[in-house]
Design a binder for this molecule. Structure first.
Ligand code: SAM
Length: 203
């Protein structure tokens, strides 16, 4: 099953499964992410069902994309039902973005790069569509720094990929650097750094 089909099938259940986690844990992390956004013209990739939308301030012009059309439809329906502004939405794979070079001041992705088949390619695409000097802000879970926890993650990873379509043992900070970006912030948020806030710029 490809990522698009996988996330299309997850979309109708996504909010129900993640709402409690969202309320209990995720919200302060999302505030941290959006506090790092600089400039007004922002691309959000892997928007999912729109959990970041409450953090879009009126000063921001957000364009949101996702590989899954069903996720985009959930975002649209959810925001419209709340009477919240619906940003422009487009079905797009972060590995092949249909935007011009330097089209955005900033890009944001939360919990996306664990599932992108070629994350370095996706990160290079973000670097291309963000203006020189612009920021790429990521919230990602990744391989633990503790060697024994990392080993357990490595062992469980094939199962995680099969069930949820995500790698649980990626080194996304290394991938950001491999994509030619400079990491200007790398902050552990949870479980000894398994969840991290990363801010990167053109090197
Ligand atoms: C775990 S969900 C996170 C959703 C949202 N960002 C959040 O924080 O709740 C991952 C999202 O990334 C999207 N995604 C996965 N691979 C993608 C790709 N190659 N290009 C664009 N979106 C992708 C999925 O469709 C899904 O909506």
């Amino acid at each position: 099953m490809g990522q698009q089909d996988r996330f299309d099938s997850v979309a109708p259940h996504y909010d129900r499964v993640f709402e409690r986690l969202e309320r209990r844990i995720m919200r302060p992390w999302r505030s941290r992410v959006w506090a790092e956004v600089a400039g007004c013209n922002v691309l959000e990739v892997g928007v999912g069902t729109g959990f970041n939308a409450p953090y879009y301030t009126p000063a921001l012009r957000v364009m949101a994309v996702d590989v899954s059309m069903r996720m985009l439809l959930r975002t649209r329906a959810k925001l419209a039902a709340r009477g919240a502004p619906v940003p422009p939405l487009a079905q797009m794979d972060v590995q092949h973005l249909a935007f011009a070079d330097g089209a955005f001041d900033c890009a944001v992705a939360t919990l996306v790069f664990c599932g992108v088949p070629d994350p370095i390619r996706g990160l290079r695409e973000l670097a291309r569509v963000v203006k020189p000097g612009g920021r790429i802000v990521l919230l990602e879970h990744m391989r633990a720094r503790s060697p024994w926890v990392a080993r357990i993650m490595d062992v469980l990873n094939p199962l995680a990929w099969k069930i949820i379509g995500e790698d649980i043992n990626r080194d996304t900070v290394a991938n950001v650097r491999a994509a030619g970006l400079r990491v200007v912030k790398d902050e552990p948020l949870w479980a000894n750094g398994i969840v991290r806030l990363i801010v990167a710029e053109h090197s």
